[in-house]
Design a protein. Structure first.
Length: 159
């Protein structure tokens, strides 16, 4: 097994979902961290339900509402990034429908959104949110819109 792919793990707390093309996504996220000059130790993506993520939101952030993603940077200051990212598959499905996007595109948007947060991007102010959205779209374009054989040949992010 390639140890570089062990840096990013995907875990499933929902029965009706499996993430395909995991190795491609892991490689892309690692490329993103290299591009952003952010050292990476490990990320665990946990795919869960609305109710599971709502409980995390209530307990850890004191927010009483549904969300699609919560990222926890567990790193000590100055250390490579170690994190857990929780993603509600229910919320991703609903957001995909409401934004008229495919489920796969919305799922990857949220996956990249979490990685971008860990690279230092914020989304609380209008200016920060606009930059975050631009970076998400850049990631989606680079990851999803490039023919598969081109991605494999280049082996790097095209930014």
């Amino acid at each position: 097994m390639d140890k570089s792919t062990d840096i990013i793990q995907f875990h499933y707390l929902v029965n009706d979902f499996r993430f395909t093309r995991r190795l491609n996504c892991k490689a892309f996220i690692q490329q993103l961290f290299r591009k952003e000059k952010q050292p990476l130790e490990s990320i665990s993506y946990i795919f869960c339900s609305d109710e599971y993520l709502l409980e995390i939101n209530r307990i850890h952030l004191k927010h009483d509402y549904y969300t699609d993603i919560i990222s926890f940077d567990l790193s000590a200051p100055g250390d490579p990034t170690t994190a857990e990212i929780y993603i509600s598959i229910d919320r991703v499905k609903e957001n995909a429908q409401s934004h008229k996007e495919s489920f796969q595109r919305e799922l990857h948007r949220v996956i990249f959104h979490g990685a971008l947060h860990l690279c230092g991007y914020k989304d609380k102010s209008a200016k920060d949110a606009a930059l975050m959205r631009m970076k998400e779209e850049e990631c989606l374009r680079d990851y999803m819109d490039v023919p598969r054989e081109t991605k494999q040949q280049e082996g790097r992010c095209k930014r």
